[in-house]
Design a protein around this ligand. Sequence first.
Ligand code: FAD
Length: 149
Amino acid sequence: MSNAIYRLIYISNNCMEGSNAEMQNEIQCILEFARKANSAAGISGALMFNNGCFAQVLEGPQGPLEETFERIQCDMRHDSVVVLSYEEIADRGFDNWSMAYVGYNADSLREFENIKTESGFDTDAIPAERIFEILQEHLIDAENDKLAA
Ligand code: FAD
């Protein structure tokens, strides 16, 4: 069996409605489910919610990764799912995270402002590598959240 690890990066459009508190609550439910399921499947990664978009990095063995992404793609809490990159990697970027969460962040929000257009996503506005960097840069916030929780 291959030990190869793959990384998939996608963006999607939020379809959930409600107050900020209701949204946070729903995202918390997604994270709780994701953390349990991902741990069991050997998946690591990070999720960001910003400017009405989700951006997610998923890392793991090909079979479990594709199964997980298949379920995520069918989820009606978001739509317009666009895969920005899918490739084999040498090392995981989110080794200790079954699913880190990077919430509101003013710097990345500015970058995300350009990604949504009337006809969908402008995938040139933020390349996959930049999304990966943003999630890694802001992991420090997620770590603080984790410590505060
Ligand atoms: P079931 O629980 O059988 O549900 C079937 C469908 O009902 C789902 O596809 C969804 O469309 C809908 N649904 C389920 N719960 C709700 C709800 N509370 N409100 C509205 N509709 C609902 N899962 C992971 O395992 N790993 C991840 O990393 C991960 N990341 C996610 C990131 C985002 C942005 C979103 C929106 C979801 C994510 N999920 C993740 C959840 C995933 O999409 C599935 O809901 C979950 O894996 C359960 O799949 P299932 O087929 O067993 O769904």
